[in-house]
Design a protein around this ligand. Structure first.
Ligand code: DGL
Length: 274
């Protein structure tokens, strides 16, 4: 039995999912969220599908069983590629699971101004072929190039954005020949919106830069409405932020998105397993 005032569970390997959490809070201010940043296992992007799936399943269990979440948002492309279908099937009939990939596929497929799209993502997301397979199936005439940009997420997680280091790393990737002719670029990693304006200025605003935060928040809203599990009245605000390892950079970035002081809670979900 799901109650309307239960929180929404959102997780990522680290700070990236905060970009999604903040869009969710803007669109659905009456909802409480429980965020889980798996900082102890960050980056996910160079790990195997099997390992990431194991992490995702454990985190989802924590969000549902311990935190009583009414919906789960996998706010990570890598974990969406590795574990979405598995979690959706496991939790069918219990609670809805939302991933960050499908709302972006819809967004691009429906946009007739996009003919050639670049996808930048972690190694595991690119290797999974999930964007490539969905675009080929949904819109065969669309040209795409998926490029792994493995330095970006750890760089951002360490707090390197908006500076000369992030500029140099980014330029190295964006100058790759595969991305030369694109008219839109998908930020297929939830960490990348933190360097979105650096990316936009690289392209002098000639290329649409697409991040999944807003489309995912919208998708979540529609599902909560359809399932009739939107928060009924404004419950007492009680957002919670868990991390599996405490890092100062997580705290610093979290305060960019959530200026009201947030208290990080160190989770011990992995401790019983080591
Ligand atoms: N934020 C995650 C994503 O969207 C990945 C970052 C990582 O490699 O852990 O793919």
């Amino acid at each position: 039995m799901i109650f309307n005032n239960q929180p929404i569970g959102i997780f990522d390997s680290g700070i990236g999912g905060l970009t999604v959490a903040s869009a969710v809070m803007r669109l659905l201010p009456e909802e409480n969220i429980v965020y889980f940043g798996d900082t102890g296992h960050m980056p996910y992007g160079d790990k195997s599908i099997e390992l990431i799936r194991k992490y995702a399943v454990r985190i989802a269990r924590f969000l549902i069983e311990d935190q009583h979440c009414k919906a789960i948002v996998i706010a990570c492309n890598t974990a969406s590629a590795a574990a979405y279908e598995y979690l959706r099937d496991e939790l069918r009939g219990q609670i809805p699971v939302i991933n960050v990939i499908d709302p972006m596929i819809e967004r691009v497929v429906d946009d007739s101004s996009i003919h050639n799209v670049g996808i930048i993502a972690t190694k595991t997301t690119v290797a999974s072929g999930v964007y490539q397979e969905k675009f080929t199936r949904r819109k065969p005439e669309l040209k795409y190039a998926a490029v792994a940009t493995p330095l970006l997420a750890p760089m951002i997680e360490e707090g390197f954005y908006d500076n000369s280091i992030s500029h140099a790393v980014l330029e190295n990737y964006l100058l790759l020949p595969q991305l030369r002719e694109i008219d839109a670029l998908i930020l297929a990693c939830t960490h990348y919106p933190l360097i979105k304006h650096q990316i936009a200025s690289f392209y002098s605003d000639d290329v649409q830069i697409l991040d999944s935060a807003e489309v995912v928040a919208l998708k979540l809203k529609r599902i909560l409405q359809k399932e009739k599990i939107m928060a009924l009245e404004k419950p007492e605000k009680n957002d919670k932020f868990f991390v599996s390892d405490y890092t100062t950079s997580f705290e610093k970035t979290a305060t960019i998105f959530f200026p009201d002081e947030i208290k990080l809670i160190k989770s011990d979900i992995w401790e019983s397993q080591v």
